[in-house]
Design a binder for this molecule. Structure first.
Ligand SMILES: NC(=O)C1=CN([C@@H]2O[C@H](COP(=O)(O)OP(=O)(O)OC[C@H]3O[C@@H](n4cnc5c(N)ncnc54)[C@H](O)[C@@H]3O)[C@@H](O)[C@H]2O)C=CC1
Ligand SMILES: O=C([O-])CC(=O)C(=O)O
Length: 312
């Protein structure tokens, strides 16, 4: 049987979208269609062509094209949504809600029309509420509408722990639950370096500082950049989720998933451990939480609900 390359649409050709397209291409996960608004048609085409021209040097054969025409995403297997405004210093992610909700609704209509069978990864902030907005507008089944936060938040936690211990990041595992805001819940109890519980390797007060830095990790980059937000680590995180789906790897990764009773919550998109494979979210994994951990998760869920209330 002929090999059929996957078609991946990346909506939004800004910092995160362009970086995501470039990594997807380099990893040959499929052919990439980068989409932006008509006013940015030429720059979007230019970015895509520039990436294509790197392919002989880097040695990849994925096609990367740019467009402002949603018809070009026809039949996409995977759609990654990065469209929307990013925050600047002094803003919270929640300040983006009204602008990005209207962008998300219009993108969802286009995806529903042109890529009705796709699996969708949402990045745009505030991402828990934006994933819910896509879900409601598109009518797609919940397992095909997935938000990205936990892979990034966990990557930040792992980076800080590896820096603290001066060990390989590869040996550090972490676990972040909840909404993608400053009250996200890094679960230290489930975090290890080389299989050794972190609580036995790092003093409690230092671990608390690392947890706090993780919670505010997005803001730390916003303050350093001055005019936008993180994009290398967010793009890498999207690609890890995309790879799990495209290669049906059945990876256990944190995703923003629709909860219908899991962890005691209903009708809310929230970051939880999931199994990611060819069908999207194939399972939400429920963990036993201590009373303190559950209280922290409740607080994070309340913050997400407050943002969702603005939309209703
Ligand atoms: N969930 C997460 O972990 C993260 C979320 N983000 C969020 O991702 C979003 C994008 O961030 P950046 O790429 O840095 O912003 P950016 O401003 O560089 O790019 C956004 C792009 O979306 C485009 N766009 C707007 N409306 C569109 C539409 N209807 N169709 C197609 N494209 C459209 C804009 O023209 C712009 O090129 C922001 O909301 C940001 O807060 C960023 C990093 C991490
Ligand atoms: O902080 C932001 O606005 C972008 C984001 O979500 C992150 O980098 O975690």
């Amino acid at each position: 049987m002929a090999f059929q390359r996957k078609k991946i649409a990346v909506i939004g050709s800004g910092f995160t979208g362009a970086t995501t397209a470039f990594i997807l291409g380099q990893k040959e996960l499929g052919d990439v269609v980068l989409v932006d608004i008509p006013q940015l048609e030429n720059p979007t085409k230019g970015k895509a062509l520039d990436m294509m021209e790197s392919s002989p040097v880097l040695g990849f054969d994925s096609n990367i094209t740019g467009t402002a025409n949603y018809e070009d995403i026809q039949g996409a297997d995977l759609v990654i949504i990065t469209a929307g405004i990013a925050r600047k210093p002094g803003m919270s992610r929640d300040d983006l809600v009204n602008t990005n909700a209207s962008i998300m609704k219009s993108v969802a209509e286009q995806v529903k029309t042109h890529a009705p069978n796709s699996i969708v990864l949402v990045l745009s902030n505030p991402v828990d509420a934006m994933t819910y907005t896509f879900f409601k507008t598109s009518g797609f089944p919940k397992e095909r509408v997935i938000g990205q936060s936990g892979v990034l938040d966990t990557a930040r936690f792992r980076t800080f722990v590896a820096m603290e211990l001066n060990v390989s990041v590869e040996d550090v595992s972490g676990f972040v639950l909840g909404g993608h805001g400053d009250d996200m819940v890094p679960l230290v109890r489930y975090s290890y370096a080389g299989g050794i519980p972190l609580e036995t390797l790092i003093p409690k007060d230092r671990l608390e500082q690392i947890v706090e830095r993780t919670r505010k990790g997005g803001g730390e980059i916003v303050n350093l950049l001055g005019n936008g937000s993180a994009y290398y680590a967010p793009a890498a995180s999207l690609v890890q989720m995309a790879e799990a789906i495209i290669k049906d790897k059945k990876r256990i990764l944190p995703s923003i998933a629709l909860l219908q009773g899991e962890y005691g919550y209903n009708d809310i998109y929230l970051g939880v451990p999931t199994l990611l494979g060819a069908n999207g979210i194939e399972r939400v994994i429920e963990l036993e939480l201590t009373a303190d951990e559950k209280a922290a998760l409740d607080k994070s869920a309340d913050s997400v609900r407050n943002v969702m209330a603005v939309l209703k």
